[in-house]
Each structure stands twice: as structure tokens, then as C-alpha cells.
Design a protein around this ligand. Structure first.
Ligand code: ZN
Length: 104
């Protein structure tokens, strides 16, 4: 049974907005809310993220909550998502799970 995790809501950075624009262009998908490239870059875009923490080097990284949702739909047997740390290639798990496991 998949669990729910604490999410943080924040504005996308300029870099992240560029990535969104690029992937929309690449796949020929219009930007949300009929935005043009210029208006999208000039608008405050909010998104939800889940913090993943590395069990090895304790590095934290933010992953889009939508991605985690899609992951858990794709792997319904998994209780929570696992990733690979950018820094050390260790195992990353949601911060909530990490804290639970380390407070036992
Ligand atoms: Zn790591």
C-alpha cells in the first residue's frame, strides 16, 4: 500500500522553468494555461516537491511530487519510492521514511 508523504510547495527557479519549456517544446505539448514562452518565464509557477534523502551520504534532493505519484502508480507494490543519489549513487528514500527508520 503506497503511503503519502509531506510535500513542500515552492516556486520554480528560472532554470527549472527553462527545463519545463524545453520538454514541452521537445514533445510539442503546449505550455499550461496557454502561456507563451515569455509569459511562462515571467510568471510565478508553483510546484510541489518531496524531499528524498540519501541513506549513505545524507544528501537531500527535491523530486517533483507528480513524479513520485506516477512512480507509485507504476509500482503499486512499493510502499515508497527509492532513488539513486546524485552524489554517491547510494539509495535515496523520502525524508519522512528516513526519519521514521532512524527514530526507531
Ligand atoms: Zn549519497
Amino acid at each position: 500500500m503506497a503511503r503519502t508523504f509531506n510535500t513542500i510547495k515552492r516556486s520554480l527557479t528560472r532554470e527549472e522553468k527553462k527545463q519545463v519549456v524545453n520538454s514541452h517544446k521537445k514533445y510539442g505539448i503546449p505550455l499550461p494555461d496557454n502561456h507563451t514562452y515569455q509569459s511562462f518565464m515571467n510568471t510565478d509557477i508553483q510546484d510541489e516537491f518531496i524531499i528524498m534523502k540519501c541513506c549513505n551520504c545524507k544528501n537531500e534532493e527535491e523530486v517533483q511530487a507528480d513524479f513520485i505519484k506516477a512512480y507509485l502508480e507504476h509500482y503499486p507494490d512499493q510502499e515508497y519510492p527509492e532513488g539513486i543519489c546524485d552524489k554517491c549513487k547510494g539509495r535515496t528514500i523520502p525524508l519522512d521514511i528516513y526519519n521514521e527508520e532512524n527514530n526507531k
